[in-house]
Design a protein. Structure first.
Length: 138
């Protein structure tokens, strides 16, 4: 039986971080010359409890959505990002541009995220959530 974690679950990957795939389907992307180019993207959502992340433009899946006229939702086939296991991505080191592991250190009395190169990872900018557009504006 799987135990359910209680309380706050911390993740070393934050929303807004630049990440690169180190495993999985997006790791095996190839460019026009036949060289492997793992996908790089920005994290748009983190589910720390289940150990999953969503990366902008990666792992696109098609969802058949039914129209809901009461909510002014259109139907059709929409593409959206799927959840990816956090072990398949690594944070990009700001100094070298390569995948790196993240650790926490206390510097100048503050807890900061540090890359393997010793460089402090900057706090990711706040992503602005897409506002819902209302169709009945007059």
């Amino acid at each position: 039986m799987k135990t359910i974690k209680k309380g706050t679950v911390k993740s070393k990957v934050k929303r807004g971080d630049q990440v690169v795939f180190i495993a999985g389907k997006e790791y095996a992307r190839y460019d026009s010359n036949g060289n492997r180019q793992p996908f790089r993207g920005r994290v748009i959502a983190v589910d720390a409890r289940n150990g999953k992340v969503k990366v902008e433009g990666a792992m696109l899946v098609k969802k058949h959505q039914k129209a809901v006229p009461q909510l002014n939702k259109e139907g059709g086939i929409i593409e959206k990002e799927a959840w990816v296991d956090v072990s398949n991505v690594a944070v990009v080191d700001p100094e070298t541009g390569k995948p790196t592991r993240v650790k926490y250190e206390v510097r100048d009395g503050k807890k900061v995220r540090v890359a393997k190169s010793g460089k402090v990872l900057p706090e990711p900018e706040k992503l602005v959530r897409r506002e819902r557009s209302t169709q009945n504006e007059e």
